[in-house]
Design a protein around this ligand. Structure first.
Ligand code: SF4
Length: 72
């Protein structure tokens, strides 16, 4: 099971990174997916939170804009 986050503020750097996607499970849990993992396997698909240091970090212009992916 991916590491869960009660809120994006618990996610460390991922909370303001353009590569982060917030995933909401069908059961209502939230977790962070790192989209860099799609092209670089050295990045975990589901990072252990909070992320304190990350070489892939790129700050969003507006840190409140981390996209949410809802279950289908
Ligand atoms: S690049 Fe690093 S900081 Fe950004 S989403 Fe991935 S793990 Fe989080």
């Amino acid at each position: 099971m991916p590491p869960q986050s009660d809120s994006l503020s618990d996610a460390g750097l991922c909370a303001s990174c353009r590569h982060a996607r917030r995933i909401e499970s069908a059961k209502g849990s939230d977790f962070i997916q790192c989209t860099l993992s799609r092209t670089d396997p050295s990045f975990p698909k589901y990072p252990a939170l909070p992320v304190i240091r990350c070489r892939g970090y790129e700050r969003l212009p507006d840190p409140g804009e981390v996209k949410t992916k809802h279950p289908k």
